[in-house]
Design a binder for this molecule. Sequence first.
Ligand code: ATP
Ligand code: MG
Length: 457
Amino acid sequence: MDKRIATPLTPLIVPRAEHGISRKDISPNALRVLYKLREGGFQGYLVGGAVRDLLVGGHPKDFDVATDATPEQVRSLFRNCRLIGRRFRLAHVVFGREIIEVATFRANTDDGSGDRETEDGGRLLRDNVYGTIEDDAVRRDFTANALYYAIEDFSVRDYCGGYQDCQDRVLRLIGDPVERYREDPVRMLRAARLAAKLGFAIAPDAAAPIPELAPLLSAAPPARLFDECLKMFLAGHAESSFMLLENHGLLPALFPETAVALETNRSGALRAMVLQALRSTDERVAQDKPVTPAFLFAALLWPAYCRELAVMQKAGIDPLVAQQRAADRVTLHQAQRIALPRRFSQPMQEIWLLQPRFAQRVRKRVFRLLSHPRFRAAFDFLELRAGAAPELAADVAFWREAQAQAPEQLAERLDPKAPRRERDPDDLSPEGEGAAPGPKKRRRRRRKPGGGEGGGE
Ligand code: ATP
Ligand code: MG
């Protein structure tokens, strides 16, 4: 392989015989778009993540196309085409459920987020102007993301050295890393996410500035960070992404309260629990099982919740009040960073608030909990916690059996008025996690008549 460094002035053209990208690995719809552009007298290239993934033997989840045709010209070629975006127009060519995004070459530093509004905070956003393929290449983030597969001769065109970097499995920023992160701090997260997904190393000069620049992420739009989190944690590489976030000092920027809670948790039980949650999320993704942001965020923010709750318990606040208040505070604080929609934050809170109820054995309450709409998720969460807290094993065993048993049998086993077990079900302080210990013995609370246990069931 040619070892010279590709640059916009001296691009590297890798002929079909030398690279492994075969047309049979490319979506037939993307090929249709490429051929049609060519028939119309335009250039058409597959670009970005798809070329990178195909080069390293992966299966792209979507196929993006770059062209010298303007969006209007693209639209005139395809009946099934709609134009989107305000500041910068993009063409979407729609084939049933598959959308091929066709972008005109451009010479700007757009963040690629789809959110093309002007941002404040001194971030550089030059005017969107159409450009050449060379311009289009250098505005991208990593060299591996700036490769073009040409339909005219099936070659790969490299203007930034990405071909070699793919061979070496390195993520290298195009241009000056500090400048590129300042322009768009989300690139730091993309570095961690793509390194995790691809098993690439982050080049030393791209990794070095991250810990210092990580706080810039607090200026990133929370909705965009939410999207980025879903890509990071629900795409099959959650555990390694999380560890990369930790290693590069990015965790405090995304999950400030969880980061503090993990740091002060001497036993490491909370971290073990989070990693276990991410690992099992990855396993579910690998098996094509559904995964939900509510459960994911319940796990990611559990350390923050436990910490907040411990503080409130220490202050002697009534346990039920403390639980709800801690859940609300953590949710509210986190929303300033990541826009977790209410349809996810609400079930997340329910998962937390149901946890102490697994310590109950009174017949009526057991049945009430079993029929709770969030029971299954909350039980899965209990199992997760038990992985790092062996004292929960008895609860897990009880509830597993309770689910399997016929209701009559279960009812027989249960005392209608069982005494409270030694562990106060309202005491949520994370077992063995070394957070501030709650007051040793509180006065045993009596249920007030009419005051429901879970509140608002
Ligand atoms: P994935 O496989 O996860 O989709 P991707 O690299 O394709 O990874 P996308 O978000 O789909 O990521 O972006 C498509 C392309 O747009 C990237 O390959 C890159 O060339 C460019 N791009 C995306 N985000 C940015 C950014 N923040 N700054 C510069 N270029 C970006
Ligand atoms: Mg992509």
